[in-house]
Each structure stands twice: as structure tokens, then as C-alpha cells.
Design a protein around this ligand. Sequence first.
Ligand code: SAH
Length: 354
Amino acid sequence: MSATPRSRYDWTRDDLADLLSDQPRYRVDQVWQGLYDHGTEPEDWSNVPKALRASVAEHLPPALRPAAESVSDDGETVKWLWTLADGHQVETVLMHYPDRTTVCVSSQAGCAMACGFCATGQAGFDRHLTTGEIVEQVVAARRRSAEAGKRLSNVVFMGMGEPFANYDRTWEAVHRIHDDLGLGARHLTLSTVGVVPGIRRLTEAALPVNLAVSVHLANALERDVLVPINKRYPLAVLAEACAAYVDATHRRLSFEWALIDGVNDTDRHARELADYARPLRAHVNLIPLNPTPGYAVRGTPPARVRAFAELLGDLGINATVRRTRGTDIDAACGQLRATHGEPGPTPVADPARR
Ligand code: SAH
């Protein structure tokens, strides 16, 4: 278990067995099933005696208290703002697509990477999330999906925070999501701004999850400014780590590229990206920049996005333009910041305080 259990999903099965040491072992299994197979509240576990349900509810309260919920794209996108036990806030975004349902989870409250175009980076770092706080986001999203008659199929670690700055807890969460919630490793994606030690560790890891790297610029001079961690893990070192990852795992690497008007969307930028991506056979996801309060430059206009994608194609690079979700509720890439101006999301009743 992580040092401070903040969530009921921080408890391992053995921790739970210790906690319920006065109970027969099969009760521990039932509680575990309630948490992971059903992902419901203890009050709903009809196979468990009432007193035990009450005790679990009391000792293991939910860590995520819904502070606000916003819906967009005709109900296909849902964003939650959660308040954690210590008052910090994080966000989770659920997205239904025709062929899949994906939840985008936060790995930290805030982020220390300070990318100027990202709302989370603009707001700064609060703290790491625990394993349980990450897993609980997935469980909440899975429950909501089920209510909508859909099965949660994918998890992307592309919410608030830098997963590889919180590697151990994140990796434990990946295991819990895979081993206990039953999602396939190929349906899980970790996204990093380029924290090289994390890529190296992932290269050695047993579960074949997907890796996405947020590149955004492929020359040192400009990337140092836009993505400050580049000074610590420069592009050449990043490429080396990516190459080792691809060689060792034979998995397809993705690059994220937020297209920013005049900043990284010229033909020269496309050529630099192509030269960087080609030896790694990386697939490029182009995301027209979403607006954030602290960054004045706008996203690349649609015609330029198309031209950039076409040029990449001509240069032999596989590129797709990502459709933006939830921009109107600040739920799109880079817009998560756990504070809200007007018009704000609708506050919801907190079931834990009923
Ligand atoms: N720290 C990790 C996880 C965050 S993922 C990472 O950087 O990969 C969030 C993704 O959205 C990243 O690719 C990030 O670069 C991108 N992003 C950040 N701000 C954005 C914005 N304003 N518009 C579009 N994409 C943005």
C-alpha cells in the first residue's frame, strides 16, 4: 500500500485481509469483488452482511468527492471535477466513441512540467495522486459507462499531471486496472512529455501498454522554450530512449503534437518532425491547440492543419488529426486545471455527504 492510503483502492488484497482479519477469508474476496468486479458502493453489495458493509463504508470512504460535472458533445463527453480528501482537485474525462469508450485520468493534482500552452502546467503542481486515487477515477468512469449501456474499454493517462513524474504509483495503478479491473494492456496508454527515466522503466516493464510522447517541437532551441523539461531531457536523449523502447517492445510509438498557430505548424516544423519521427516509425497525432487562459496564441486554422498533415504524409509519416472533445466544457487536451470561471460547470450533490 502507498504510504498514506487516501482511497479504498490504495488497499491491496493483503491489506484488506488484515483489516478484516476477524472475518472469514471469503468475505475478503466478496469485498474485493464489490470494489473491483462491481465497482459499486458497499451499500449495494447484497451478498455481504450489513454490518460489514457499514464497516467498509466507514473505514474506506471514497477518495473522490464530485465537486462538479459537465457534459458536452450530446452526452458523449463527461468531465468530473473531484475534490480529494485534503482539498486538492483533479479532473477526469469520459469519452464515448462509436467503437470504444475511453477515460482520460489524472496522475497528479497539478503538474510541475510548466508547458506554457497547457492549463495544468500554467497552474503548477500540488501533489502526486496515489494509486487508489487514479484507480478510483477509472472505477467511477466505468460505473457511469455501464449506466449508459456502454463498456469502458480504454484508459489514457492524459489528464492532469505527468505520469512518469509519479511512476511507481502510476504503474501500480496500471496493474490494478489490468489485473483487477480486467482491461487489456493494449487498451491502456501512458503519455509523457518526455521524462526519459520513465520511458526506460517502461521499456523493461512486463505489461505491453502503449506509449505516447508529447513532442510538439523537434528542434532544441524552440522546444527548450515551449516544453521546459527539454533542457533536462533533450531531444537526442529522448529519441534514444524511444528507440530502445521500440526495439525492445516492438510496439508502435505515438507522438503528440499540439498544432499552435505560427509556433510549430510551418513546413519547416513538419520537416523537422518527420526527420525526428521517421527512424522511430512513430505515429503522429495532431491536436489543434485548445484555448487556455494563460496562453494567448491560438490553435492552427483547419486549412493549415490539413496542409501540415499532408506534408507529413508526403514525407512518409503516418499522421492523424485528432478530433477535439469537450472544448466547450474545458475538458479537451490541455484544458484541465481544476478551477473554473464563468460559465461554470453544474455543481452536483455529493453522495458521500447525503
Ligand atoms: N504530461 C503528460 C500527460 C498530459 S497529456 C504529457 O505531456 O504527455 C495531455 C496532452 O495534451 C499532451 O500531449 C499535451 O501536450 C497536450 N496538450 C496540452 N495542452 C494542450 C492544449 N492547450 N491544446 C491541445 N493539446 C494540449
